[in-house]
Design a protein around this ligand. Structure first.
Ligand SMILES: CC(C)(COP(=O)(O)OP(=O)(O)OC[C@H]1O[C@@H](n2cnc3c(N)ncnc32)[C@H](O)[C@@H]1OP(=O)(O)O)[C@@H](O)C(=O)NCCC(=O)NCCS
Length: 185
């Protein structure tokens, strides 16, 4: 059976805040998850500095993103049995120049209603496991300086602080620092 059609790993816990949810499981992202991913990501684009994207993604763009995130640079989703998406994460090439090819950059997003239930940690741990399994050497996280939740999540998953790029971004009329964190595999 192909990996993305297996039942997937159960994740998270029921002790968190927010709406009750069936225990999610982690699977490789497929086209059926595009709207769920898009909904979570577009909310982050429109309301937060978690992403430096400024324009909401269209469905065709989201489908293209899923198609690009396969093989060595996968995307994973935390879903229920009906393929509702609670969160997602991905590995992407860190830089286009060839000597960077052993490094990947991660991203992880969890639906606001389902945060603090262990879903983000499960997604990030799975991304680290996949990066190691795929032979990469370093996972980099580039995090907005005001994103304390993401810094805490990455710290909890064994990432170490590398440094801060000051005022390299601008969104909602203010300068944004970028905190760079790394995990060597
Ligand atoms: C960052 C994010 C992915 C965390 O996901 P989550 O499912 O809520 O996180 P988890 O419940 O798995 O938390 C794992 C650990 O991360 C840390 N953490 C997560 N959210 C935190 C918060 N708001 N404040 C402090 N620590 C936090 C804690 O150490 C936590 O462990 P604990 O619950 O045992 O204390 C989530 O807040 C999110 O989607 N934010 C918006 C998108 C975003 O910022 N993505 C990252 C872009 S770089």
């Amino acid at each position: 059976m192909p990996r993305d059609q297996r039942p997937g790993k159960p994740v998270g816990n029921d002790a968190g805040r927010g709406r009750a949810a069936p225990a999610p499981r982690l699977v490789v992202a497929r086209a059926v998850h595009a709207e769920g991913i898009r909904s979570i990501y577009n909310r982050a684009i429109e309301t937060s500095t978690a992403t430096f994207e400024m324009t909401p993604k269209t469905l065709p763009e989201q489908l293209e993103w899923i198609a690009e995130h396969s093989g060595a640079h996968p995307a994973v989703v935390a879903v229920d049995d009906g393929d509702s998406v609670f969160g997602f994460g991905s590995l992407s090439p860190y830089r286009p120049r060839p000597a960077y090819s052993t490094t990947v950059e991660n991203s992880v997003y969890v639906d606001e209603a389902f945060q603090r239930r262990g879903i983000g940690r499960a997604i990030l741990e799975e991304l680290v496991r996949l990066a190691e399994a795929h032979g990469f050497h370093v996972v980099i996280a580039r995090i907005a300086g005001d994103n304390d939740a993401s810094v805490a999540l990455h710290t909890a998953c064994g990432f170490e602080m590398v440094g801060v790029e000051h005022e390299v971004g601008r969104k909602f009329g203010r300068w944004l620092d970028v905190v760079c964190m790394e995990r060597l595999l």
